[in-house]
Design a protein around this ligand. Structure first.
Ligand code: WTA
Length: 629
């Protein structure tokens, strides 16, 4: 890899270009041109090449009910057939699909045939409990073979899964159960992270007592630690008892392309989390396509995406994309810092990982650890198997990029800085490893076919070099279909009338005047990104004011943080008088009761106040807040 000092361009090596599927910028340009010339023809070609259809589609894009777009609507398929059976039919039955490493380091290998057998057993078990096509199933479990198999099993019978991250509270779980109207919950007795046993089943029990969960008829419990948990007769069953005796084959349920494969909840700027609904056909296409082009996944690769299946990254780049291509991937139960902060590097060494995909926050915290403890520095490990690195979830600062490139990638591995969202289903703006010259901190250029652009508040294009609002001008196959149960909110959130029907990502961005590369400048709404996790400021404020004994009012903003990217900064007015004075009783609210969030953000960052403060109810509060900050 060579470095052009002037523009800080990192060019992929000749070898990387030669080996890659999309080889050189001319190949990238050809794809972009193909999509420009015949947009639907381009996606139809790829959908035929990458996906096995039971009934081939004849329609490509249906815009008649925009923005409720449909792709490949008259085609039928099954996602689990595409991820499992199809690979076995191609002779990959004995190939390792999953390399599972437990928190304590124990390793289990699962072949494609074994994963299919387990998936079918779970699918048959779910059917035996009465779960049918279209039913929703909540999966609340940590990283495990059964976690992936449970997702595949839902897909196999046409049930729509909704995975809830194992770190979420009983209340969050309850909210998701109620909103989805799930008929079953798949969980484990406990989860093991960083040497500790943490509850899962007990939290499910609590969630189910909080009301609104009458739809749940069955709870399936995987035995992970074997510690005692309460089992409610008639409702709770051990996974092994329901599933282990089931047949290891199960005819896939062939579903329409638009059939909802999953719902995944994510934070918005207002209100409760949104149930992002994804389709089967369009979603699976982009999962497979981006795994093929962005990660250039080859038969001999060992792929490791460190995300949890509770997030969209774990859906697209663990549960679906790599399996759709017949890849071998790591599923890791633990945390990057246990037993020490060299865990990732040791696992790359042990499993000869070739492609490694993680979040900037993890990189930044491992940089810190390596600075103080030489033993966990990546140079202490043999990372020579790596050929490609990836980053996702938040902007990667150039310093972290350079460190990742030099110390983990040995200066030879391209880094794909992939910009995308829960709502987009897969990568939207990203380098392709054998084509795109890279610039640290920039996600570079749109994935071929994705019509990303930067506009002003009226939807007009802004010139390169000046920032604006990131939009996508045309529908694409893996886009969010709706917010579960709330089409109006879907329209309002993502297709505001002033933006000419463009998809509004919620991020600001700027294109470089010279390279035309995109750099994401951060959210333009009231969504925080803390360690790559999306949180609505309103959700945190609601949690604070729910401490009714203590908290009168709360306002939450983000402030830059060296490790987590953004940190939560809460301005809280206590009900009991504080020694610092009575004036602190009013936070920065306008006379109409609206929180001046931009103002608080400036204070949190230690910036001078430049905003208009004339509408504030109590302008004197600003000095006081600035001093106490
Ligand atoms: C941010 C995660 C800069 C962005 C896949 C987006 C990024 C939000 C990047 C989506 C990136 C994600 N560079 N920012 N490469 N990737 N983001 O839904 O603000 O959890 O809107 O999806 O993360 O977060 P989500």
């Amino acid at each position: 890899m060579s470095e052009n000092q002037d523009q800080k361009l990192y060019l992929p090596s000749d070898a990387a270009v030669k080996a890659a599927r999309i080889s050189g910028m001319a190949a990238y340009d050809r794809l972009v041109a193909e999509a420009a010339q015949d947009y639907t023809g381009y996606w139809a070609r790829l959908a035929r090449e990458l996906i096995s259809w039971k009934k081939p589609f004849t329609q490509v894009l249906d815009e008649s009910q925009a923005p409720f777009f449909k792709w490949f609507a008259d085609g039928t398929l099954n996602a689990s057939y595409n991820c499992l059976d199809r690979n076995i039919e191609r002779g990959l039955g004995d190939k390792t699909a999953l390399i599972f490493e437990a928190d304590d380091g124990a390793v289990t290998r699962t072949s494609y045939s074994q994963l299919l057998a387990r998936t079918c057993q779970i699918a048959n078990g779910l059917k035996a409990l009465g779960v049918r096509k279209g039913d929703r199933v909540i999966i609340y479990i940590s990283m495990s073979v059964d976690g992936v198999a449970a997702m595949q099993a839902c897909a196999r019978i046409g049930a729509t899964h909704s995975v809830v991250f194992g770190g979420f509270s009983a209340q969050s779980l309850r909210d998701r159960i109620e909103d989805t109207g799930a008929v079953a919950v798949i969980t484990a007795d406990q989860q093991v992270r960083g040497g500790k046993n943490l509850p899962l089943k007990a939290i499910v029990d609590e969630a189910l007592t909080l009301g609104g969960c009458d739809s749940v008829k069955n709870v399936l419990v995987v035995k992970r630690t074997g510690n005692d948990v309460a089992m409610s007769a008639g409702r709770d069953r051990w996974m092994s008892e329901v599933v282990d005796t089931q047949p290891t084959t199960c005819e896939p349920e062939w579903v329409e392309a638009e059939h909802p494969l999953f719902l995944l909840y994510t934070s918005g700027s207002t209100g409760k989390p949104k149930g992002v609904q994804h389709s089967t056909g369009g979603y699976l296409l982009h999962a497979a396509l981006t795994t093929s082009w962005t990660f250039d996944l080859q038969a001999s690769d060992v792929f490791w995406c460190t995300a949890d299946i509770g997030w969209v990254t774990g859906h697209t780049y663990i549960a679906y994309g790599p399996l759709a291509l017949g890849g071998t991937e790591i599923v890791f139960e633990g945390v990057p810092t246990y037993p020490d902060a060299g865990r990732f590097w040791k696992m790359i060494q042990d499993h000869k990982v070739t492609i490694f995909y993680t979040a900037p926050t993890a990189i930044r915290s491992l940089i810190k650890a390596a600075e103080t403890n030489e033993a966990v520095h990546p140079r202490k490990y043999d990372l020579s198997s790596l050929r490609l690195l990836g980053s996702v979830g938040e902007p990667i600062n150039p310093a972290a990029w350079e460190w990742y490139h030099a110390n983990v990638g040995g200066g030879r591995c391209p880094i794909v800085d992939t910009f995308w969202q829960t709502e987009t289903g897969g990568h939207m703006i990203t380098p392709l490893p054998g084509a795109t010259p890279m610039v640290p901190g920039s996600c570079t250029l749109p994935f071929p076919g994705i019509q990303a652009a930067i506009v002003d508040e009226t939807g007009a294009d802004v010139p390169n070099g000046s920032g604006g609002i990131l939009v996508v001008k045309k529908p694409w196959p893996s886009m969010i279909r709706t917010i579960w149960g709330d089409g109006e909110r879907f329209k309002k959130s993502y297709f505001p009338p002033e933006l000419k029907g463009y998809y509004l990502a919620g991020d600001g961005a700027i294109r470089d005047a010279k390279t035309t590369y995109f750099t994401i400048t951060g959210r333009i709404d009231d969504v925080l990104n803390v360690s790559g996790h999306r949180m609505g400021t309103m959700e945190i404020e609601s949690a604070l004011v729910s401490c009714t004994e203590l908290v009168a009012e709360a306002a939450v903003v983000g402030r830059p943080d060296d490790t987590t990217g953004e940190a939560i900064c809460a301005f809280v007015v206590l009900k009991r008088p504080r020694p610092t004075g009575e004036e602190a009783k009013k936070i920065a609210k306008t006379r109409s009761g609206k929180i001046m969030r931009r103002l608080l953000r400036s204070i949190a960052k230690g910036e001078p106040i430049t905003q208009d403060t004339s509408t504030l109810e109590n302008p004197a509060i600003l000095d006081q807040l600035a001093q106490t900050n």
